[in-house]
Design a protein around this ligand. Structure first.
Ligand code: PEP
Ligand code: CO
Length: 468
């Protein structure tokens, strides 16, 4: 299918065309939405969200859009990471700072090793909703609504906690604002200054088997910066401030719609709940409500692609989201699993290439590699636990690099679930975390995350690969 030719003299185009409005998704089948019990409370929550100050601005979204265009052209690498699900309780300073640190460290390693500019995107300040395989959960003959994330209901198995409560939409906005406020102050206040990577975490450097490698990278970056500054005569921090963007799965459309606005001096509609919303694999049908909603906003849009995604449907979705062939408008986040990527990615690349859409290809090496193990000893003996093996995560990323290279496309980034804390949720890595150690510090309410040491190790191995 051909892409409409651009007419530079035409009025600025927006994506809000062909009958789109912020509520046009309501006429489509829309999966994974809670059944809010009280429409009056819902209306009040939506009115609140529509009137409160936005979480992000159109200027920032435009800047991210430009960076995605560079990633589509192979000039930039996207690092997107954070929790599978944020909880309202975990909105606290230590955990936010730790997540920021690990993302900054990883990006530093990727810049140094990969020799490409890196865009940092947190899976946070809005990652409060989870898709579920069943609407109800049954325990001992009692059925209650499934836990859909803190934006909808509570995790405790009782009727009060599990009842969807629209007031949680407003709390989610407030927690996101608190998170973002702290992240912005840390980044602006010098925490992210490239001259002082030693602020970000020394624990890793002291205790890890990879300590020497990491320290060497940090030293090289310091030397490089000093060399640049001597050469150019300015402080690099003034030239290039480290910026940071947010993202979350745009699942609960009442939340997204209420925060979608027009802004002065710029055409179109902007979802100001986050810079970069993505559509999950379960809600990615080209004819469903999610694709209808996200096709009309000006933000760049992510789309998860899995082993069950049919290439023809994928192309229809991409064409709906990107009618003009705008570079970086669509970010395809593939999550096949280490054992399936070689079977699926080449045909997806082929189909999208024929559509002529200049997408960014990102690898999510987490969601196709989840498995359940039963530890044979230790504190969690005999209890099944959801985990992911570091070797599988790495293998999926390595294959993604190779398959794109062979196809003549670029791997434009990675999307990972991680935490800055020392959890034991994924096995393997330099320290050799075993199934028996999983119960030591397993804290995720949903999917297993890389701990900060495993995350940094992944970055170092990717950087090595990118340099080759
Ligand atoms: C997620 O990113 O946490 C998620 C649910 O992913 P997917 O839609 O790819 O399953
Ligand atoms: Co997840």
């Amino acid at each position: 299918m051909s892409v409409p030719r651009t007419d530079p003299s035409a009025a600025p185009r927006t994506f809000a065309v062909d009958g789109w409005s912020p509520s046009s998704w309501r006429a489509r089948p829309t999966l994974q939405q809670p059944e809010w019990p009280d429409v009056a409370v819902l209306a009040a929550a939506r009115a609140d969200l529509a009137r409160l100050p936005p979480l992000v601005t159109s200027f920032e979204i435009e800047s991210l859009r430009a960076q995605f265009a560079e990633a589509a052209a192979g000039q930039r690498f996207i690092l997107q990471g954070g929790d599978c699900a944020e909880t309202f309780d975990a909105c606290e300073s230590g955990s936010i700072a730790a997540r920021l640190k690990v993302l900054l460290q990883m990006s530093l390693v990727l810049v140094q090793g990969g020799r490409r500019r890196v865009t940092r995107i947190g899976r946070f300040a809005g990652q409060y909703a989870k898709p579920r395989s069943a609407d109800l959960e049954t325990r001992d003959g009692v059925s209650l609504p499934a836990y859909r994330g803190d934006i909808v209901n509570g995790p405790a198995f009782d009727a009060a906690a599990r009842a969807p409560d629209p007031r949680r939409l407003v709390r989610a906005h407030e927690r996101a604002a608190l998170t973002l406020n702290f992240v912005r102050s840390l980044v602006d206040g010098g925490f992210a200054d490239l001259h002082h990577p030693e602020y970000w975490d020394l624990d890793f450097v002291r205790h890890s088997p990879l300590a020497a490698d990491y320290q060497q990278l940090v030293d090289q970056i310091g030397d490089g910066l000093r060399f640049m500054e001597t050469l150019v005569g300015v402080n690099v921090a003034q030239v290039h401030r480290v910026d940071f963007f947010t993202s979350h799965e745009g699942l609960v459309l009442d939340y997204e719609e209420a925060q979608t606005r027009q802004v002065p001096h710029r055409p179109g509609w902007w979802d100001l709940s986050t810079h970069f919303p993505w559509i999950g694999v379960r809600t990615s049908s080209p004819d469903g409500g999610h694709v209808e909603f996200f096709r009309g906003i000006e933000n760049p849009v992510g789309l998860k692609v899995g082993p069950d995604t049919d290439p023809a449907a994928l192309v229809r979705t991409v064409e709906r989201l990107d009618p003009y062939g705008t570079p970086g408008r669509v970010v395809l986040i593939t999550r096949y699993g280490a054992h399936a990527i070689a079977r699926h990615l080449p045909s997806a690349i082929d189909a999208v290439r024929r559509s002529g859409r200049p997408v960014v290809w990102v690898c999510d090496p987490m969601h196709g590699n989840t498995e359940t193990v039963v530890p044979q000893s230790g504190a969690g003996k005999g209890v099944p636990v959801k985990t992911r093996k570091f070797a599988h995560i790495l293998a999926e990323v390595e294959q993604a690099f190779e398959i794109h290279r062979a196809a003549g496309t670029w791997l434009g980034g990675v999307h990972v679930e991680l935490t800055g804390d020392n959890v034991t949720e994924c096995t393997g890595g330099a320290r050799g975390l075993s199934d028996e150690m999983l119960a030591d510090a397993y804290r995720s309410p949903v999917d297993p995350r890389l701990n900060y040491e495993q995350a940094l190790e992944l970055a170092m191995l990717m950087a090595r690969r990118m340099r080759k």
